[in-house]
Design a protein around this ligand. Structure first.
Ligand SMILES: [Zn+2]
Length: 210
């Protein structure tokens, strides 16, 4: 999903607060989130990365918390689609922040919005819903990274207005009367399905290795 305008303004404020080192508010605080963290440790342990060789996120893809760092690392380890999209973003002018949030509408799994454009860089933020299973978070991450690549491939998108115009052309509007406009694309949905297949396939192989 892609959200425009209202969310972008508040997101900008939150990004600014990030620089003030108050990242607590981006953590999911439920017991469920703690369970995800345990799962994440398991999956990181199953990946080639070593504990004394801490994984660093790629420069253009910027998870803001330990939880989102683990999510990106795990997604890149288990999904060729996610690796490919991160590679594409690393060769773009986009900077992609990633964080969790609690959505008022429980049906929302995540979205991406435009923050700003300046000095040859464009800044977007992916927000993932708290309280989802680890696999669903990986799938949503893949879905939203697809949108990031769509935006990376379209240099004319530099603000909320050009973002809306672009998605009116390539997507379908899912809401937007009186609140933030939201759009969806078939490509993002297909990527999400691919990531789900890859993640489950990897899980099966890891289990069989034991
Ligand atoms: Zn979408």
């Amino acid at each position: 999903m892609l959200a425009i305008e209202r969310m972008a303004a508040s997101a900008t404020q939150r990004i600014q607060r990030d620089h003030g080192n108050t990242r607590r508010e981006h953590h999911c605080t439920s017991g469920l989130a703690a369970a995800f963290a345990v799962l994440a440790v398991f999956w990181i342990g199953a990946a080639p990365a070593r504990a004394d060789d801490p994984w660093k996120p790629p420069p253009r893809v910027r998870p803001g918390t330990d939880d989102t760092r683990r999510l990106v690392a795990d997604g890149m380890a288990r999904s060729a689609a996610i690796r490919g999209m991160v590679d594409r973003l690393e060769r773009s002018d986009l900077v992609v922040y990633i964080r969790h949030r609690v959505f008022v509408e429980s049906a929302i799994d995540g979205w991406i919005g435009m923050l700003s454009a300046s000095a040859g860089r464009r800044y977007v933020v992916i927000e993932l819903a708290c309280g989802r299973t680890w696999v669903d978070q990986l799938v949503t991450l893949g879905h939203e990274l697809h949108h990031a690549v769509e935006i990376a491939n379209q240099p004319s998108v530099v603000n909320a207005r050009s973002l809306a115009a672009f998605y009116q052309r390539i997507g379908v509007r899912t809401s937007g009367l009186g609140t933030a406009e939201r759009f969806e694309t078939a490509g993002a949905r297909e990527t999400a399905m691919q990531v789900r297949r890859e993640v489950w396939g990897k899980a099966v192989r890891l289990t069989e290795d034991k």
